[in-house]
Design a binder for this molecule. Structure first.
Ligand code: AMP
Length: 218
């Protein structure tokens, strides 16, 4: 199964992806995580990406397309994969369709997460993230048991640099301007599955499974 999770920053894609990879047995390909890894490694790509990410803008399409093209050739993607944070522009969506078609494959579903803007700002501005495993916490509603330490892996839990209020607003504007047309692209191809992404994590998870026709048996 080839799946893409689509939605504004803070809509819960990363959290749901963690639960879905268990249920579906396919890897999560998060372009945001890949870029954060590049930043940690101190590579040239990481340095350039950091400047763009700190402003809440998008990394150029050619960079992102190349990154995904390499990643989906890895052996763990043979049985399918779940994209998280890609595609974010119509050019990326078209390039993805072309690269999959070249291998006789196609994106099965694009799950679009709907959350209102006020809720997104509240979620992002209080968000805390484990720098090791990516688990998400929140200053008001979901603190880790030990301050600053991830419940799941013991990694350091902190605010993401791009979750500052002014950057959050830019990221949401970028989503509306460049990324929303991606939903129209998939809608016109009949592959968009819109789900209401407010509510508890398990409610949203059930809605996603229903939208994609359930987890494969066996
Ligand atoms: P995320 O973790 O998905 O919220 O991504 C964090 C940041 O990484 C975004 O605000 C962008 O600057 C950059 N980024 C991640 N994925 C993409 C993509 N597919 N295209 C362009 N920029 C991206």
């Amino acid at each position: 199964m080839i799946l893409a999770l689509f939605g504004p920053p803070g809509s819960g894609k990363g959290t749901q992806a963690k639960a879905l990879i268990q249920a579906l047995g396919i890897p999560q390909l998060s372009t945001g995580d890949m870029l954060r890894e590049a930043i940690k490694s101190g590579s040239e790509l990481g340095k350039k990406a950091k400047e763009i990410m700190d402003l809440g803008r998008l990394v150029p399409d050619q960079v992102m397309i190349g990154m995904i093209q390499n990643r989906i050739q890895a052996p763990d993607c043979q049985k399918g994969f779940m994209l998280d944070g890609f595609p974010r522009t119509v050019a990326q969506a078209e390039a993805l369709d072309a690269m999959l078609a070249g291998s006789g494959l196609k994106l099965d579903s694009v799950v679009s997460f709907e959350v209102n803007r006020k809720e997104l700002v509240a979620r992002l501005s209080g968000r805390l993230v484990c720098s090791n495993c990516g688990a998400s916490y929140h200053e008001q509603s979901k603190l880790p048991r030990k301050q600053g330490i991830c419940d799941l892996c013991g990694g350091v839990v902190a605010k993401r640099a791009d979750d500052k209020p002014e950057v959050v607003e830019n990221r949401l504007d970028t989503f509306l301007a460049s990324t929303k047309p991606v939903a129209e692209y998939y809608q016109s191809k009949g592959r968009l599955k819109v789900i209401q992404a407010e509510g508890t994590e398990s409610q949203v998870f059930e809605r996603i499974l229903k939208a994609i026709g359930g987890a494969p048996k066996g």
